[in-house]
Design a protein around this ligand. Structure first.
Ligand SMILES: [Zn+2]
Length: 220
């Protein structure tokens, strides 16, 4: 990927820095954060699925969307820093196993981006995270099960009331035929009100999914 090349060239020109505090820090130890920032990550210490009812069966998040967690996600999403994926994928996997148990799903699927936005950004961060999670859990990753029918505004830019309307009817089912009776795990980078995941879950349940959970890096 061109962004990888760019990041590679940049790291030759300037010393590596911690994604959180920007102080010099080498990523060699596999963490993109210095020990202080790693320790200060705003982890979700409790299950917060109680706030969300059907059609979502479970909702888990690794971090609160603030501090170094926000920096990590922004570096991946807007600066194309895909070298963060193994670290982010691993923390997501650990949280999923901790909250949903050792056999969390039959398949993993990303919340899709609309093709127009995919072209603008060149990659779907939810797709990359879903692939990391699926690989770590040895599960299939169904990237075509959901299709985004129309572009929507980023949920984080909208007031709470407008978020639900923004995503209603935004998705349709793709050609993946295996949804019936499957326990599905949706993956997104940031979970806001849950409207996006709920909209996907509703469709998947209508197609016969046994259960739909959502796992996100952060909620905010
Ligand atoms: Zn730091």
């Amino acid at each position: 990927m061109l962004t990888d090349l760019f990041v590679g060239v940049r790291s030759l020109l300037s010393p590596a820095r911690c994604v959180g505090c920007q102080l010099p820090w080498s990523e060699e130890g596999s963490s993109p954060l210095c020990p202080a920032c790693l320790k200060a990550l705003p982890r979700c210490r409790f299950p917060w699925c109680q706030k969300f009812g059907p059609p979502l069966d479970q909702a888990v998040s690794v971090f609160h969307y603030e501090g170094a967690a926000k920096e990590l996600i922004a570096s991946l999403k807007y600066s194309g820093r895909t070298s963060l994926l193994p670290f982010l994928g691993q923390t997501l996997t650990e949280t999923v196993l901790e909250r949903l148990g050792p056999d969390p799903a039959d398949a993993v699927l990303p919340v899709p981006l609309h093709p127009t936005r995919l072209r603008e950004r060149t990659f779907n961060q939810a797709h990359l995270l879903a692939k990391e999670l699926a690989d770590n859990l040895d599960l299939p990753c169904w990237t075509h099960a959901l299709v985004r029918r129309r572009p929507t505004l980023p949920q984080t830019q909208l007031p709470r009331e407008a978020r639900k309307t923004n995503v209603e009817k935004a998705f349709s089912l793709g050609p993946d035929p295996l949804i019936r009776s499957a326990r599905l795990l949706l993956v997104d980078d940031v979970f806001t009100t849950g409207s996006t995941a709920a909209s996907c879950a509703k469709l998947l349940k209508q197609a016969g999914a046994a259960s739909v959970a959502v796992a996100a890096l952060a909620h905010g």
